[in-house]
Design a protein around this ligand. Structure first.
Ligand code: ADP
Ligand code: AMP
Length: 214
């Protein structure tokens, strides 16, 4: 099963993608997590991606597509995957579609997690991330057991640089301009499904599993 999560930054794509990955036994592939791991490790890719990410801009398609295609070519992706944060532009979606078609494959579901902009701004300010293992928390909705410390790996949690309020509005503008057109793209292909992302995470997940089946 090949699934794409669509939705604004902070809509809950990563939260749902992790739950899908666990339930259906497929890898969760997040281009944002791949970039952040590279930034943390000080790689050339990380240095390049950071210049864009810190401003709330998208990393150029050429770089992002290469990273994603390398990742989904790995062995653990052969029975499917859930993509979180990719594609984010029409050209990215076209390259993915062409690459899949070359292998006689296609995306099965594109799930749009709908959340209005006002809710997003509140959510992002409360998000705390572990840059070590990729776990995410929310200071009100999903607090860690011990304040500021990751439940999974014990590392310190941070407010991502790009979750600071001045960057969030930029990211939302970029989302509306460059990513939202993907909703029509996948609707035309008959694979678009929409869930109300303003509900509790468990209710959002119930809507997701109703789509994907048990
Ligand atoms: P995205 O991957 O779309 O950027 P995340 O999954 O990281 O979004 O979620 C953004 C923030 O909102 C996180 O702090 C997360 O814990 C919280 N969150 C996710 N889903 C919900 C929900 N349904 N209700 C309330 N908070 C949520
Ligand atoms: P995310 O963790 O998905 O919110 O992504 C964080 C940041 O990484 C984004 O704001 C972009 O700067 C960059 N990024 C992640 N995925 C992509 C993508 N598919 N295309 C371009 N930039 C991306």
């Amino acid at each position: 099963m090949k699934i794409i999560m669509l939705g604004a930054p902070g809509a809950g794509k990563g939260t749902q993608a992790k739950m899908i990955a666990e339930k259906y036994g497929i890898p969760h592939v997040s281009t944002g997590d791949i970039f952040r791991a590279n930034i943390k490790n000080g790689t050339k890719l990380g240095l390049e991606a950071k210049q864009y990410m810190d401003k709330g801009l998208l990393v150029p398609d050429e770089l992002t597509v290469r990273i994603l295609l390398d990742r989904v070519a790995q062995d653990d992706c052969k029975n499917g995957y859930v993509l979180d944060g990719f594609p984010r532009t029409i050209p990215q979606a076209e390259v993915l579609e062409a690459e899949l078609a070359r292998r006689g494959e296609k995306i099965d579901y594109a799930i749009d997690v709908e959340v209005p902009d006002e809710n997003i701004v509140r959510r992002m300010g409360g998000r705390r991330a572990c840059l070590s293992c990729g776990a995410t928390y929310h200071i009100e909705h999903v607090p860690p057991k011990k304040e500021g410390i990751c439940d999974v790996c014990g590392q310190a949690l941070v407010l991502r640089d790009d979750d600071k309020p001045e960057t969030v509005q930029n990211r939302l503008n970029v989302y509306h301009e460059q990513t939202q057109p993907l909703i029509a793209f996948y609707q035309e292909r008959g694979v678009l499904k929409t869930v109300d992302g303003t509900q509790d995470m468990a209710d959002v997940f119930a809507a997701v599993t109703a789509i994907l089946g048990t």
